[in-house]
Design a protein around this ligand. Structure first.
Ligand code: PTJ
Length: 269
């Protein structure tokens, strides 16, 4: 329980959203999440509200392509930040294990203490190996100016495909310029990361990762040629367009009514 000590009744209309928020606050109290991670989450919540807090077909399309890309990559690497470690540690580790992807701690607000705590959280969640915490394997990507430039030679440094949920735009751009494929999850289709990534999954991390595990089960038995066909048919610009149009249409529908909560409307004069 957080320091507010609130117990969320399941009858609360926003119970699920409050539970997720609580998970993040607990992650913050344990030292996994950065201060800015709380702010980032609030931003995500606002976009999720406009999406109707559900997974849309454009996100499923991006997830299917992402799984096809991971399955056909030589060195897929899953980057881990504080929000991922607090919100979806077990499922993230499970998906990485299924895809034979390396897990690497790579923080924007980098401190040694958080790195080690996140590594431990991943190990508790079932990770066999966690990269990004051993000084002896540290390499630098000079194109990145902030602390995320330090990567692991066995991981992001040599990766062909990197999964970076909730990422900073500069690093995404730098990884792309280095010739790597980048998959992100970002509820904001306008963010620089969403714009730069090879594949942008506009969905909530907490819905997307379990859904990707289900998609993996569907795609893992497919031939390589079928997977490559999925990748060839994908267009990230179209997917971002669909996400923005869905947000626009949702807002238009809601704007027609103004007050769209019927019970609240009854209390208006
Ligand atoms: O743990 P660290 O030090 O590596 O820091 C991680 C954060 C997330 C604080 C850092 O990468 C950061 O500052 O990210 P930004 O630039 O705030 O971007 C985060 C993006 O993720 C924003 O576009 C949010 O809308 C989006 N977002 C937030 N929560 C979710 C989300 N997208 C999907 N699911 C979420 N739950």
């Amino acid at each position: 329980m957080s320091n507010n000590e609130i117990k969320i009744p399941s009858s609360h209309p926003r119970a699920e959203s409050l539970r997720i928020r609580e998970r993040l606050i607990n992650g913050f109290k344990k030292g996994l999440v950065a201060y800015a991670g709380l702010i980032a989450h609030g931003r995500g919540e606002a976009f999720d509200y406009i999406l109707g807090e559900k997974t849309h077909s454009f996100a499923i399309k991006a997830m299917r392509t992402a799984i096809a890309l991971f399955l056909t990559s030589k060195h897929p690497v899953f980057s881990v930040n504080g929000n991922v470690a607090a919100l979806v540690p077990e499922d993230y580790v499970k998906l990485a294990n299924l895809l034979n992807a390396k897990l690497e701690v790579n923080l924007f607000y980098r401190t040694r203490e958080r790195e080690l705590k996140i590594r431990d959280a991943l190990i508790r969640a079932g990770a066999r190996e966690v990269l990004g915490v051993d000084e002896e394997y540290r390499a630098e990507i000079p194109e990145i100016k902030h602390l995320r430039r330090f990567v692991d030679v066995r991981g992001i440094y040599k990766a062909d495909t990197v999964f970076v949920p909730l990422e900073d735009g500069d690093r995404t751009a730098a990884l792309i310029k280095l010739g790597k494929k980048v998959v992100t999850i970002d509820l904001n289709p306008l963010s620089r990361t969403a714009q730069w990534a090879t594949i942008t999954i506009v969905d909530n991390l907490v819905r997307a990762i379990p859904m990707m595990i289900r998609i993996y089960k569907d795609l893992s038995s497919k031939d390589k040629e079928d997977l490559l066909e999925i990748i060839r048919n994908y267009n990230n610009s179209e997917v971002l367009s669909e996400a923005m149009k869905t947000m626009k249409e949702n807002l238009e529908k809601l704007a027609e009514k103004g007050i769209f909560i019927e019970e609240a409307r009854r209390f208006q004069r």
